[in-house]
Design a protein around this ligand. Structure first.
Ligand code: ADP
Length: 571
């Protein structure tokens, strides 16, 4: 259509006879006959003008021709406008029909006119439009490629993309990253933006859409927020009434670490850690930390080498995260951190409290799908740890029976160490640990400790604490002694201090901790200790005991619990 672009011609071509001086009819002038091509080249108006020029002057049809000419002029102008509109539409249709440009990631220049580009996960060596200078393109930025995969324009950097964590820095600056949901790992390069950035393992970075280039640091991953606990001085003697457990830990961990060569020579299997199980507040965490402290001291003493301890304390439920893949990522991260620190010479401890929540048997429930991936993953991570390579895993649980047997297989965590509630002698020892000589005491520490332990363990009515109804119809009473723990004992001593301080303030005299303070503190502590549930719900109380839930239909306080705890703070 585009070839009919003649503007309506209102004048006559100069080679034609002028209509103003047409040859007169019958004047004897010879009529020129124009060729067909010349006629074809004329517009309608020109033809008309030529015809009019041939008419004799004052011909009766002249006026009609003038009118006809106006009509033709109007039509030709309309045609001209219509053609212009059609041409415009044509151009638009052409644009709409042309294929989309592709967006790729610029990986690196190859030659002055070619570059390595990744488009939708596939690599191409693309030519460059001469208008686009190669020197203006930066590694990692997006480029527009036309149908022939020629780079026709440089765009900015991707604004969105997956976030991953750096696992390792390779010597040439490239980065190894852990695939969050998949199994494989990737090595990626840095974009020009990050070429000089100081990066380190653990940082979270954003990748381009093709997952080939690290574009920006988006933050420090959660690993630094995790509770990294400082292990204070904790000699074994600072733990009371747990001699059996302490001995078991020392045999399990200290012996192989201190006599590595002997264990290797006899090819004796060495555990990668152990499980501490028992009721809450009885010292599992304390034993874990004491293991770290004492192992460091022992190794220092025996070998002269000091390996500072790195104690990662994690609560199982904290790992259960609602984001798909996040829990797995955290577990992998915990192991990675321990390995990293161990390779730097530290003695790394991974202490997982309430372990049954993440390593429980894959029973049905809300977290079933997470557990079914966490347990095998934990096993794989554990299998990747070489024994005696300065990484020790300690699990703690109130419900060891719920932990998946796969975790507790030989070569993994095959030592189960029971942490019992203290008996009277054990309780007395713990009281002695907290009632130190340096405190103002009215009697010798041993005497006070013996007195309060005896009061706590007496099986008399005022000590009756819980009532249990068995399925068989039998009923029983549990006494304070049956729920004694190191945590309660240390809290009793703290409360007795508060009572003595209050007395000192009230009487304006120097006072010391006496038996009555301890006995009052004991009573209040059982009424109010945070370890005990504030409700009468059987299930809550069951968690504190070893009862088989199938055999018990009710377990609750002898006296209903008070909703408002009176006497908190200084009594
Ligand atoms: P668990 O981990 O078994 O729930 P913890 O180790 O956290 O218990 O104990 C809580 C606190 O109770 C400890 O910080 C410590 O003050 C005290 N405690 C518990 N058991 C003992 C113990 N056997 N000897 C001395 N203190 C203890």
């Amino acid at each position: 259509m585009a070839e009919h672009k003649k503007k309506p011609a209102s004048s006559i071509p100069s080679d034609l006879p002028s209509p103003k001086h047409p040859p007169a009819a019958g004047s004897g002038e010879t009529h020129e006959f124009l060729s067909r091509e010349t006629l074809d080249a004329l517009s309608t108006l020109q033809l008309l003008d030529m015809i009019v020029a041939k008419l004799p002057p004052r011909h009766p049809s002249l006026l009609d021709f003038v009118y006809l000419r106006e009509r033709i002029t109007g039509i030709e102008e309309m045609n001209f406008e219509a053609q212009r509109a059609i041409e415009k539409l044509d151009a638009i249709v052409e644009k709409l029909r042309s294929p989309a440009f592709r967006v790729g990631t610029f990986l690196m220049p190859i030659q002055p006119d070619t570059a390595h580009v990744c488009v939708s996960g596939t690599d191409y060596v693309c030519r460059l439009d001469p208008q686009v200078p190669l020197s203006g393109l930066q590694v990692g930025q997006r480029v527009l490629c036309n149908e022939a995969f020629v780079i026709v324009q440089g765009l900015g950097f991707d604004r969105s993309g997956p976030i991953v964590r750096i696992d390792e820095l390779l010597s040439d600056g490239r980065l190894r990253i852990g695939q969050e949901s998949g199994l494989s790992q990737l090595v990626i390069q840095r974009s020009q933006l990050l070429s000089k950035e100081k990066l380190k393992p653990g940082l979270e970075i954003r990748l381009d859409a093709n997952q080939r280039i690290a574009l920006e640091v988006v933050g420090v991953s959660r690993r630094t927020e995790r509770s990294l606990e400082k292990v204070s001085s904790l000699p074994w003697q600072s733990i009371g009434g747990q001699d059996e457990a302490v001995q078991a830990i020392r045999d399990t961990i200290e012996l192989p670490f201190l006599h590595r060569d002997l264990f290797r020579r006899f090819q004796h299997t060495v555990p990668k850690g152990f499980l501490l199980y028992g009721p809450p507040g009885c010292g599992k965490t304390l034993l874990g930390k004491a293991t770290a402290f004492n192992l460091r001291q022992q190794i220092l003493k025996e070998t002269g080498q000091d390996h500072p301890e790195f104690f990662l304390h994690v609560k199982g439920p904290e790992i259960l995260n609602m984001w798909v893949g996040e829990s797995e990522r955290q577990v992998r991260d915990l192991f990675a951190q321990c390995r990293e620190r161990a390779s730097e010479g530290a003695l790394a401890f991974l202490f997982i409290d309430e372990a049954e929540s993440i390593l429980g048997t894959r029973r049905a429930g809300r977290y079933q799908s997470i557990l079914s991936t966490l347990v095998p993953m934990f096993c794989t991570e554990m299998d990747g740890i070489e024994p005696l390579r300065n990484v020790v895993i300690i699990l703690a649980s109130n419900r060891a029976d719920l932990i998946d047997p796969a975790i507790l297989r030989p070569g993994r965590i095959d030592r189960k160490i029971r942490v019992r509630r203290p008996d009277q002698a054990g309780a007395q020892k713990i009281y002695e640990i907290y009632l130190t000589e340096s405190l103002p005491l009215e009697e010798k520490p041993q005497e006070l400790a013996a007195a309060v332990a005896e009061a706590q363990f007496a099986r008399k009515e005022e000590n009756a604490f819980l009532e249990v109804s068995y399925r068989s119809g039998k009923r029983d009473l549990l006494y304070r002694a049956d729920l004694a723990s190191g945590a309660i004992i240390s809290a009793v001593v703290e409360r007795a201090k508060s009572i003595a301080i209050r007395r000192s303030i009230d009487t304006a005299r120097e006072t010391s901790i006496n038996r009555d303070d301890l006995l009052l503190a004991l009573k209040l502590e059982y009424d109010e200790n945070d370890l005990f549930p504030t409700t009468d719900v059987t299930e809550d109380w069951m968690k504190l005991t070893d009862f088989d839930p199938d055999n018990v239909i009710r377990l609750g306080p002898v006296r209903p619990r008070r909703a408002n705890k009176p006497g908190s703070g200084i009594v």
